[in-house]
Design a protein around this ligand. Structure first.
Ligand SMILES: Cc1cc2nc3c(=O)[nH]c(=O)nc-3n(C[C@H](O)[C@H](O)[C@H](O)COP(=O)(O)OP(=O)(O)OC[C@H]3O[C@@H](n4cnc5c(N)ncnc54)[C@H](O)[C@@H]3O)c2cc1C
Length: 472
């Protein structure tokens, strides 16, 4: 099935399931902020979407001089109730693996920039959290790519070589094989392993902190208030285009509209219908047994990789020892039907086959988690889903929306936003305030140019990513 056929342009469904991140932040005071209020008739800026992209774009606009009260944020459901409060918690830059695929799609120069940008994001998150004292359990550590098969070990070795030969910096990547790989990772099936700096965080706490800063400075925040359309306002003049952002609780007219709607972007921007595909991803929370508790918690996060699309992400939280397990995009152990069930924007439920596969694989890697060894209260605690936004060329859409002056986008994070938003959102804020693309420091291939859309339309890119890959 092609991306076009899979794409379902919709609003977030009401009644999404409650992730572990959401379960542990129920007292957030702005969770349902202004849920019954009508929206103001006008605002200079309207940001649509209150995930990390919307929250950080707003934060950056204010940091750069925009009065907080000139901004309104609209959110279709609870505060930050999209992927930002449903992910696997990894802030895990791709150190080299994706290079060979990015090079085929975007060329060597852009591929090098994409990988370098991910490393920069990790540094930016670290810097931001420390500078502002953000209480989001951010844990800068290292991560392992654990190659579980000879085939994947060969793939990763090739990726590393290609990246290094192209001039990519691998000085921060450590390599282990055989017994050393098993010992370092604690995974007895490990063939080889690579280790580099990465971190994990409580993504809902991060998103909520960002929103709080803006709300408490005066930004208007309206939850349960979906933008249902954005149309040219009758109050536009020859010199200035204004936009009517229509919601069930009134219409707010703005000169600047920022789409931070990720997988739901095509609902308001139908020109993206073929290029932003909602894809349901699943994650699990696990209560560890004593052998993975106390001083024995895993110091590094990891990705247990069997094939390019068959992998499981693992992050044990330093704050409380809870293990967050991300499910694979595709596993030979799940049926075609379970795989196809991913192509939805409905996050109200999860898939039991995918749960069984992810949990079973994890138990095989860490035998102390086998059912017969667990006490009541240990083991699988919860399962949830969220919707990620896949693009055919595996990079986000950032910048001005062509042909719609005053509309901007920061979306399409390919299941990898925690490793991208912290450069993309500041980038889009700079552009909105008059900066040039060069000022953003972002890879040029992230820009939402009409040339890029034409290329995607012609299908000249994207086949290597069919179906698109999700990276932890
Ligand atoms: C199970 C899972 C595991 C993941 N694991 C990782 C990981 O470990 N590392 C990583 O880097 N990334 C991961 N991701 C991806 C990451 O969560 C996303 O890339 C990131 O959160 C995107 O942030 P965002 O703000 O762009 O989108 P979102 O957080 O989805 O925010 C978009 C918001 O817009 C709102 N919205 C949409 N349309 C409208 C509208 N018309 N009107 C009003 N509001 C609207 C939505 O309700 C939503 O709150 C994972 C995602 C999932 C689901």
């Amino acid at each position: 099935m092609g991306n076009e056929a899979k794409s379902k342009s919709s609003l977030p469904v009401p009644g999404g399931c409650v992730s572990w991140w959401q379960q542990t932040t129920r007292s957030f005071p702005y969770l349902s902020h202004n849920e019954n209020e009508t929206v103001p008739k006008s605002s200079k800026y309207v940001v649509i979407g209150s995930g990390i992209a919307g929250g950080l774009t707003t934060f950056q606009l204010i940091e750069n001089g925009v009065p907080a009260e000139d901004i309104v944020i609209l959110e279709a459901r609870d505060a930050a109730s999209g992927a930002s409060s449903r992910n696997a918690g990894h802030v895990r830059p791709d150190a080299f693996r994706g290079f060979q695929v990015y090079e085929k799609v975007h060329g060597r120069d852009q591929a090098l920039k994409i990988i370098a940008n991910e490393r920069l994001v990790f540094e930016k998150v670290d810097e931001f959290v420390k500078k502002h004292g953000v209480p989001c359990d951010f844990n800068p550590a290292t991560t392992f790519d654990v190659c579980m098969t000879k085939e994947f070990a060969d793939f990763n070795a090739r990726s590393l070589k290609l990246y290094a030969d192209a001039g990519g910096d691998i000085s921060h990547v450590k390599f282990y094989e055989g017994e050393d790989a098993k010992k370092r990772t604690g995974v007895r099936q490990a063939v080889t392993a690579y280790e580099w700096p990465a971190g994990s965080s409580h993504p809902a706490k991060l998103a909520q902190w960002l929103l709080t800063q803006s709300i408490e400075k005066g930004t208007g925040f309206f939850t349960h208030c979906p933008a249902t359309s954005v149309v040219k306002s009758a109050s536009s003049t020859a010199d200035k285009t204004l936009w009517d952002v229509v919601t069930p609780r009134g219409t707010v007219t703005a000169a600047t509209v920022v789409h931070c709607t990720n997988a739901f972007a095509p609902h308001l921007l139908p020109q993206l219908s073929s290029f932003v595909t909602p894809n349901r991803a699943q994650a699990h929370a696990i209560i560890p047994p004593p052998s993975l508790s106390g001083t024995k918690i895993m110091p590094s996060t990891m990705s247990l990789r069997h094939e390019l699309r068959h992998f499981y992400s693992v992050a044990q939280r330093k704050a409380d020892g809870i293990i967050i397990l991300g499910a694979p995009i595709a596993s030979p152990n799940v049926s075609e039907a379970a795989y196809e069930a991913r192509f939805t924007s409905d996050d109200s439920t999860f898939n039991e086959e995918i749960q069984k596969d992810a949990w079973g694989n994890f138990q095989a890697c860490f035998p102390d988690l086998r059912e017969e060894k667990l006490r009541h209260g240990e083991g699988l605690q919860g399962t949830w889903t969220g919707i990620v936004a896949m693009t055919p060329d595996s990079v986000p859409f950032v910048g001005p929306v062509d042909g719609l002056p005053g509309q901007w986008i920061c979306a399409g994070f390919n299941g990898h936003g925690m490793a991208r938003i912290f450069t993309c959102a500041p980038g889009v804020a700079k552009l909105i305030l008059g900066g040039a693309w060069e000022d953003t420091g972002l890879p040029e291939c992230f820009e939402m140019t009409s040339e890029r859309l034409v290329k995607l339309e012609r299908g000249t890119v994207g086949s290597v990513f069919e179906p698109p890959q999700l990276k932890p």
